[in-house]
Design a protein around this ligand. Structure first.
Ligand SMILES: Cc1cc2nc3c(=O)[nH]c(=O)nc-3n(C[C@H](O)[C@H](O)[C@H](O)COP(=O)(O)OP(=O)(O)OC[C@H]3O[C@@H](n4cnc5c(N)ncnc54)[C@H](O)[C@@H]3O)c2cc1C
Ligand SMILES: NC(=O)c1ccc[n+]([C@@H]2O[C@H](COP(=O)([O-])OP(=O)(O)OC[C@H]3O[C@@H](n4cnc5c(N)ncnc54)[C@H](OP(=O)(O)O)[C@@H]3O)[C@@H](O)[C@H]2O)c1
Length: 591
């Protein structure tokens, strides 16, 4: 050995990869579902993850998710339109304070146009299953694509380094398990698969369910139907509003106001801030035994009594024993008023069966109807809607289902699962803020988190990333200790607990909207386990040959300054107002 050579202590030595460090690996992600979440993924992921290849498969014939599929009379958002919108692309043109489903759908479709997200979307494409290939380190995904003209389907496979589920909580309508329902000769329709051709005018209807959908549809059916038998298993709280208490539900937003907002962005910005703040400050209402929960109970009791008018006999039937917010609150404008009408029967007696002419309750009474409307919600187990099989043959769909092992969605922060590498969830189990914050905001921050994961994987040439089992157990322990402090753990049936009274909370985040926002801000990389593409499994393989693309460009250019910005950190504002040091030297896209 020459006396000047640097000694090698590692044998065999690392074979340097021949590329600059900042040459990212191009990775592909398959996103399943193009509701609000999938549309946002189609906008934000390509912006935040260089070199990302993206395909979004949507089983429906259009994007929009629940806002495409739920077309029942009266479908609207129940938080203000100016809150239920993208934070980065707000609209001053909403026609109503609480917009109709069709306007919401069109708004999100407009965003897909504006940000050119359509190019990633394949419609009429249902993901049937996915299996992890250890050898390829890819998800092999089976898709059924249907030609809407011919009705013919073909099944094919696609592969990607990442599988991201944004399949929604309420996208798979669930008909009630009622004996004889299949044999009922009249129309049986779910609110989540509404046929707009169906005309309820003059018909005798049974309406089952008093979740938000049941509360929204009843006033509309009551106006036109001959009679509505409204079957409910449990009572529910009817709240005043979920933010925006002072907004009119009847009067459209004035043209003059819209024009002013369009002309004066400051005024509109302040309006949005004030309105949206109301969505963040509600959290104390979930505290078990808390003052805000108690005052909500008193307020709602008074409001419900008032809305029932002369029909105070109904009050004991509609008032729940469980605390407000044990199940998601619903403003239900017009619902209680509709219950008081002569053509509505409010029926708490349990259903025994459907019969050839209608519905029979356990007391032996049979009521004849022309159609049965099921506002009975969705499959809210929060386990995947199709088999997802890891390299060991474990099917996540079965494992998370009641009766599986562990029999509930056992996640890392609602976004990943042990033993399932490169699998991520958006608005998955225990991930969304249920009672403070907004859905669009939480969707955006989840996608941002996932973008950081994908960026790290592609820039550091990671082959697999998976949360550690110990991190998952710690999160499970946190959930199990947090929820009993809240009214969610009381004995109500709700989509929070998969309709199991007092059961495990599988849907929402264990904390406030601000809490999850804070936590998702930083990725805890130490909670993940990694493998690398480097042939010698060296984590620093991605360091490459010691060069950056800028260095190579500088070497190859005639004059060193040719379009190569090494000094991006020198900011014009440094010698004027100064730079904001909190974020200084932290912009990943500049380095
Ligand atoms: C009627 C109704 C009203 C609501 N109102 C409000 C409100 O006012 N405020 C509020 O905050 N929230 C509301 N929500 C909650 C709503 O679910 C969320 O706000 C949000 O729209 C969810 O968007 P998403 O994209 O996550 O899910 P979804 O909209 O459910 O979209 C999921 C998509 O995944 C697709 N998909 C599922 N499985 C597959 C598969 N195997 N292959 C391919 N595609 C698949 C589905 O077809 C669907 O298009 C409402 C929900 C409903 C049902
Ligand atoms: N913007 C809005 O106003 C709006 C509208 C619709 C939906 N949403 C969102 O979507 C969520 C889900 O709402 P949802 O109404 O579709 O579903 P949901 O809240 O889960 O309500 C389903 C209803 O169906 C009843 N039900 C289910 N199976 C039944 C059976 N076999 N027999 C009798 N009753 C049965 C349930 O009764 P139990 O309670 O007894 O289990 C419950 O009342 C809402 O909480 C909200 O987040 C919002």
């Amino acid at each position: 050995m020459s006396p000047t050579a640097i000694p090698k202590s590692i044998n065999p030595p690392l074979i340097l990869e021949d590329h600059p460090v900042d040459e990212r690996l191009s990775i592909k992600a398959i996103v399943v579902g193009a509701g609000i979440t999938g549309i946002n993924a189609g906008i934000l992921l390509p912006a935040k993850v260089p070199e990302l290849k993206l395909t979004i498969y949507e089983r429906h014939s259009d994007i929009g998710g629940v806002w495409h599929a739920h077309r029942y009379p009266g479908v609207k958002c129940d938080v203000p339109s100016h809150v239920y919108q993208s934070t980065f692309s707000p609209s001053t043109t909403w026609t109503e304070n609480y917009s109709k489903g069709s306007e919401i759908k069109n708004y999100w479709k407009g965003l897909a146009d504006k940000y050119d997200a359509w190019k990633f979307v394949q419609l009429n494409s249902e993901v049937l299953g996915a299996e992890w290939s250890k050898q390829k380190a890819k998800w092999v995904v089976n898709i059924k694509q249907t030609n809407t003209h011919s009705g013919e389907s073909n099944t094919f496979q696609d592969e990607a380094e990442f599988l991201v589920l944004s399949t929604g909580r309420f996208s798979s309508p669930r008909l009630p398990d009622i004996l004889g329902l299949d044999d009922f000769p009249g129309r049986v329709m779910h609110t989540g698969a509404w046929d707009p051709e169906f005309d309820p005018t003059g018909k005798r209807l049974a309406l089952i369910g008093n979740g938000a959908s049941g509360l929204q549809i009843l006033p509309e059916l009551q106006k036109v139907a001959a009679h509505v038998d409204h079957y409910t298993r449990n009572p529910t709280w009817v709240a005043g509003a979920l933010g925006g208490e002072k907004l009119s539900r009847e009067i459209p937003i004035a043209e003059e106001l819209k024009a002013r907002w369009a002309a004066d962005s400051k005024e509109y910005h302040q309006y949005r801030k004030d309105l949206e703040a109301q969505a963040w400050t509600r959290f104390a209402i979930v505290e078990k035994g808390g003052a805000k929960n108690q005052s909500a109970r008193e307020e709602f009791e008074k409001l419900m009594a008032l809305r029932l008018g002369d029909r105070q006999d109904l009050l004991p039937l509609v008032l729940p024993e469980f605390a407000p917010n044990c199940r998601r609150l619903t403003p239900g404008p017009g619902y209680l008023e509709a219950l008081t009408k002569l053509n509505v029967s409010y029926i708490r007696t349990p259903i025994e069966s459907a019969t050839p002419i209608g519905i029979k309750t356990v007391d032996g009474e049979e009521r004849a109807v022309d159609a049965i409307i099921c506002a009975t919600g969705a499959d809210v187990t929060n386990s995947p809607g199709f088999p997802i099989i890891n390299g060991e043959g474990v099917n996540l769909q079965e494992a998370w289902h009641v009766g599986g092992d562990p029999g509930f969605p056992d996640t890392y922060l609602g976004m990943a699962a042990a033993d399932f590498p490169n699998l991520l969830f958006l608005m998955g189990p225990n991930s969304g803020s249920g009672f403070a914050g907004t859905v669009p905001h939480t969707v955006e921050t989840q996608i941002t988190y996932i973008a950081k994961v994908l960026r790290k994987v592609s820039s550091q040439r990671i082959r697999t990333i998976v949360p550690s089992k110990s991190a998952i157990l710690d999160f499970r322990a946190y959930c199990e200790s947090f929820f009993p402090q809240t009214v969610l753990s009381e004995g109500c049936s709700s989509w929070y607990n998969n309709h199991i009274k007092g059961g495990r909370i599988v849907a929402v985040w264990p904390g406030s909207g601000a809490h999850v926002n804070y936590i998702r801000q930083e990725v805890r990389w130490e909670d993940y386990e990694y493998t690398y593409h480097n042939s010698q499994a060296n984590r620093f393989g991605y360091f490459g040959n010691g060069w950056t693309k800028r260095d190579i460009a500088a070497k190859e250019s005639v004059t060193a300054a040719d379009d190569i910005d090494f000094t991006y950190y020198l900011k014009d504002e440094a010698h004027r107002e100064g730079v904001d040091l909190r974020g200084y030297h932290e912009a990943w896209w500049e380095a």
